[in-house]
Design a protein around this ligand. Structure first.
Ligand code: NDP
Length: 313
């Protein structure tokens, strides 16, 4: 087995990972980055990014990731296609194994494996991804100005997305499978006070339809014992807000995770409970989940790794 030695191994290649790669390579840490299952991360699945400062005409997720890749490799980051399949944080230096058969021995590790938005599992969701189906209202809401949209879910995220969309779209339906919202009372109140949000309780989605793009959803409402009504709801946008799953399976038992599986970091830093292992981006952030906040936390993780190595001497 080939072994490579690095001062910094970065796992995952979204805006957090790439920013960490840019900072650590400029600091001469010669980082090695494994891009993971979805090179470029979640952004590559969105259409246009219009809220990342500096891109005044907007940019596609793939273009932004290409730019970040070029910027990181320009400073010498060793970016590798592949997946880390095993890590050992129990002793220093840390070790990791990749699916290309390489073992990496690293003084520090930055975890930026992101989170995956949950989908309902309908085959139609894939078909209309980028053509009406989205898991991010702040990313894609703008394209539905004056149109009709639906948001699936009844938690705080769903309420937040519905409220955000209600300022853009003409009409927002919330599709909630139970007869109540799980969201905090304050969010519920805001939703109920908005005239153009309609909450469809006891309702599930069984399919989506449309010729060249999404035109609507097929819904079933359950109305008590054995009574149900299936109907078509015309919408131009269909937003999933049923939660995210942090990509932390690989790290279970190695570092501290919260009950939802997110990596726990020390307040205002990227430090995990294992000195020398840092976390950046959505993998440690159930709250903001933005490209810009992920990039900022990638920078923090790089500075924390650099400081750790300096203190180690
Ligand atoms: P939650 O797990 O809180 O809510 C998920 C919602 O999606 C629930 O209404 C759930 O329904 C529904 N759901 C799950 N699976 C399905 C499915 N297959 N079909 C239909 N509906 C489904 O996730 P959130 O992302 O909303 O929130 C995560 C955490 O982040 C929470 O602790 C939340 O409070 C917090 N948060 C806080 C914010 C803030 O403070 N501003 C903003 C956003 C999130 P059911 O209730 O039936 O299970």
């Amino acid at each position: 087995m080939e072994t490579i030695r690095t001062k910094c191994l970065i796992i995952g290649s979204g805006p957090a990972g790439y920013t960490a790669a840019i900072y650590t390579s400029r600091a001469n840490l010669s980082p090695v980055m494994y891009v993971g299952h979805q090179p470029g991360g979640q952004l590559t699945t969105t259409t246009e990014i219009e809220n990342f400062p500096g891109y005044h005409n907007g940019i596609t997720g793939s273009e932004m990731m290409d730019d970040l890749h070029k910027q990181a490799t320009r400073f010498g980051a060793d970016v590798r296609n592949g997946i880390i399949t095993e890590v050992d944080f129990s002793k220093r230096p840390f070790t990791a194994k990749a699916d290309d058969g390489i073992e990496i021995v690293a003084d520090t590790v930055i975890i930026s494996t992101g989170a995956t938005a949950r989908y309902l599992g309908l085959s139609d969701e894939d078909k209309y991804k980028g053509l009406g189906v989205s898991a991010c209202a702040t990313c894609d809401g703008f394209f539905y100005r004056g149109k009709k949209v639906a948001v699936v879910g009844g938690g705080d995220t769903a309420c937040e997305e519905a409220l955000y969309l209600s300022n853009i779209a003409a009409k927002v339906y919330m599709i909630v499978r139970k007869d109540f919202l799980r969201a905090s009372k304050v969010m519920q109140r805001r939703v109920f006070e908005k005239e153009n949000i309609e909450v469809l309780f006891n309702t599930v989605t069984s399919g989506l339809f449309g010729e060249d793009g999404l035109e609507g959803a097929t819904l079933t409402e359950f109305m008590g014992t054995d009574k149900e009504k299936t109907y078509s709801l015309p919408v131009d946008g269909f937003f999933l807000a049923i939660g995210h799953t942090p990509n932390t399976d690989l790290f279970k038992g190695q570092i501290a995770l919260d009950e939802a599986g997110y990596i726990i970091t020390e307040a205002h830093t990227s430090l995990t409970n294992v000195p020398g292992v840092f976390a950046a981006g959505d993998v440690a952030d159930p709250r903001y989940r933005q490209a810009i906040t992920a990039a900022g936390s990638g920078c923090k993780a790089a500075l924390d790794a650099e400081r750790y190595l300096t203190e180690l001497g």
